[in-house]
Design a protein around this ligand. Structure first.
Ligand SMILES: [Zn+2]
Length: 322
């Protein structure tokens, strides 16, 4: 009988904890983080319907936030402030050199409970043009830099610079047990558009897919400015933010069935041979969607140049040296 009472108390405590976790201190209107998915990179080595057949096993109206190319204060800190205010957990794909330069920001990302993946050592745009061994050096150095700051390895999540993937490199990354993350939608926040357009494009593409991985850049002022508005509007429209973490011996993967990983949007998008093709599919938006002609529309420039141009880390760092 005593053990039954103890069990009831334990369940009550657990439920109270769950209720508290769903609230956001100081912000009753926060969108919050609705759930955490634990994924096994060995089972699913590539994600994101912009380039791959599989994406995360999300339900309708679930969105995963990802941020690339940082850390870069003060912008990354602004993003972290917004995420904290909204009790949202995201995934950051850090550039090794940036992590080395701004270790305090890396530790702040970790302390806030976000997932930390990597994005090479120096964000080379030649990544897809060099032999695997050379590209792998960039991958390994990036992981080593972040590991050195964290005092332990980051998540085995990797994003290819500029999403310039190759079959050979993907096979290599999978063999290294790294999960390569593409995305389901972009907000073009590396291009010369305003915060209002970042907000509008993210929202419209999310609404078109109704679920998926959003790729943003925490090194961009337009993104830091758009983010609070985007989160408010996603909440208003009934969206939920999902956090993704890697499986570990102590943390088993979330139970899913294979069909949940097949991207629903796949049938609507071209399976690209390169990101340039994908970009054409994504950026060739009708004017009615963007509200204006897209400055990055493929018709305005060759496809090869339409690939994402996240600013090189060095260039960004120089212009924002603190
Ligand atoms: Zn990048």
């Amino acid at each position: 009988m005593q053990s039954l009472k103890s069990a009831i108390v334990a369940v009550a405590v657990l439920m109270a904890g769950a209720a508290a976790a769903s609230e956001c201190p100081g912000n009753p209107n926060a969108i919050g983080t609705s759930r955490t998915i634990v994924v096994d990179p060995i089972e699913h080595s590539q994600l994101g319907s912009l380039q791959y057949r599989e994406s995360l096993p999300l339900e309708d109206h679930e969105v995963v936030l990802t941020f690339d190319d940082g850390p870069l204060p003060p912008k990354t800190n602004h993003v972290l402030d917004t995420l904290a205010h909204e009790c949202v957990k995201a995934t950051f794909f850090l550039v090794g050199e940036m992590a080395t330069n701004y270790p305090d920001v890396v530790r702040r990302i970790e302390a806030a409970g976000h997932t930390i993946g990597t994005h090479t050592q120096s964000h080379p745009f030649w990544f897809h043009t060099v032999p695997v061994a050379k590209a792998d050096e960039e991958v390994a150095k990036g992981i080593a830099s972040v590991t050195s700051v964290l005092g332990g390895p980051p998540a085995p999540f990797f994003r290819v610079p500029g999403l310039r993937r190759t079959d050979t490199m993907e096979r290599h990354l999978a063999a290294e047990n790294l999960m390569t993350w593409s995305a389901d939608f972009l907000a073009d926040d590396w291009t010369n558009i305003g915060a209002a357009q970042v907000y509008a494009r993210a929202l419209r593409r999310i609404e078109a897919n109704r679920k998926g991985i959003l790729l943003l850049h925490d090194i961009q002022a337009r993104t830091t400015e758009a983010l609070p508005h985007l989160l408010h509007e996603l909440k208003r429209r009934g969206y939920h933010i999902v956090h993704v973490v890697p499986a570990t011996p102590d943390r088993p993967k979330t139970t899913t069935v294979p069909s949940q990983w097949i991207s629903a949007s796949h049938a609507r998008q071209i399976q690209p041979a390169s990101f340039a093709d994908t970009n054409a599919a994504v950026l060739a938006l009708p004017e009615s969607e963007t509200g204006q002609a897209s400055p990055a529309a493929p018709s305005a420039e060759p496809l090869g140049n339409a690939a994402p141009r996240c600013p090189p880390a060095k260039q960004e760092r120089q212009s924002n040296a603190v």
